[in-house]
Design a protein around this ligand. Structure first.
Ligand code: AQP
Length: 339
């Protein structure tokens, strides 16, 4: 039995499959920057371009989206001096370990993944094999660094649980204690930001309606307009959090306010109890503009120098490979590949 002490390490990724949304910011990016500063753990953050092509991406747009995503990381406070920041395809070990995990994960496990079902609906026969295998690649992204903590939004919880199952099965199958059993870190007031048009749907970069989401590249006018037009009910805000029960749109706006202001939803309710949305929405719009406009301005500035972004990604990839290569080598040895 190979005993390994797993040093705490953070990994997470975002797909360059379109523009970043407020959901990505509150559920992921903001948390990434906070963990980099407070956790005392090594932080590794990735633009998962191999995941993005599980659905068709125009090559020029993919390259642009990858650089813009990197600009989004930087503008949100992730610093390349503190965190390892790179795009997935520059570290081949992710895909290599994913193949091993394709052979560990069971069809029954994969068929239970709700994201695949949500994304394909009745069109599953037409989906790419990559989209079905996506969670095994995600497990490889995490475990190629022996990452112990994965900050994600609520929607990714099932995939992190699958990562745990894969690690446990690999360790059992080969009689080793090699891969750590990773913890999802789902924290904050907005772990599931909902669409501004439909409180039962997650805010998503691929939603056909631009009014359903706030993009990190939106200007102040667009942010204010989208919040003012967000779907709500006719009642005022309640005086306790329980009063938001059965009011998903109201709850969503309260959660967004709380996450942007670094408050709890209870504190937001205490401050705004009894307010009509005609009053609450402008306060939320002002807050959102104050927090998001500097990010979008900084993203535009960074995008003027794509060569600098490419350099950051290349350097990050080199640092990432220093960790990933020995873990892949050891995995191959455990599996019985002749080296
Ligand atoms: N609405 C959300 N609320 C909270 N967190 C969210 N995340 C995404 N949407 C929300 C978190 O952002 C990280 C990166 O997600 P991703 O881009 O890799 O994939 P996704 O979850 O599939 O995001 P989208 O916006 O829904 O993309 P599309 O439309 O392409 O499928 C993850 O940590 C995720 O939890």
């Amino acid at each position: 039995m190979t005993e390994v002490v797993h040093t705490p390490r953070v990994f997470s990724g975002i797909q360059p499959s379109g523009g970043l949304t407020l959901g990505n910011y509150l559920g992921a990016l903001k948390r990434f920057a906070e963990m980099q500063d407070t956790g005392g753990m090594q932080t590794i953050y990735c633009m998962v371009d191999l995941h993005a092509i599980t659905v068709w991406q125009d090559p020029d747009k993919l390259a642009h989206a990858t650089r813009e995503l990197c600009a989004g990381f930087l503008a949100s406070g992730v610093e390349p001096e503190k965190s390892i920041l790179f795009n997935q395809s520059q570290v081949a070990e992710h895909a290599q370990l994913a193949w091993i995990f394709n052979c560990v994960a069971r069809m029954g496990w994969m068929k239970r993944m709700t994201q695949f079902k949500d994304k394909t609906g009745k069109n599953a026969e037409n989906a790419s094999l990559g989209l079905f295998a996506y969670p095994a690649l995600m497990a490889a992204d995490i475990l190629i660094y022996h990452a112990t903590h994965v900050p994600v939004g609520e929607d990714q919880k099932q995939h992190v649980e699958l990562t745990r199952d894969i690690a446990i099965k690999f360790n059992n199958d080969y009689g080793v204690d090699f891969f750590p059993v990773t913890e999802p870190v789902i924290e904050g007031a907005a772990t599931r930001v909902m669409s501004l048009r439909d409180g039962s749907k997650k805010m998503s970069k691929s939603d056909p309606s631009d009014m359903s989401r706030i993009n990190l590249t939106d200007d102040a006018d667009a942010i204010s307009k989208k919040i003012r037009k967000a779907k709500t009910d006719p009642d005022p805000l309640p005086d306790s959090i329980e009063g938001l029960e059965g009011r998903p749109e109201a709850r969503n706006l309260v959660n967004i306010y709380a996450a942007l202001a670094d408050l709890t939803p209870e504190q937001v309710i205490a401050e705004h109890a009894g307010q009509q949305f005609g009053t609450f929405k402008p306060s939320l719009a002002d807050l959102a503009v104050a927090k998001l406009e500097p990010i979008s301005t900084e993203m535009s500035r960074l995008m003027q120098d794509p060569a600098e972004i490419d350099m950051i990604l290349r350097r990050g990839a080199m640092r990432a490979r220093e960790i990933a290569a020995p873990i892949l080598e050891r995995t191959y040895e455990i599996v019985g590949m002749v080296r």
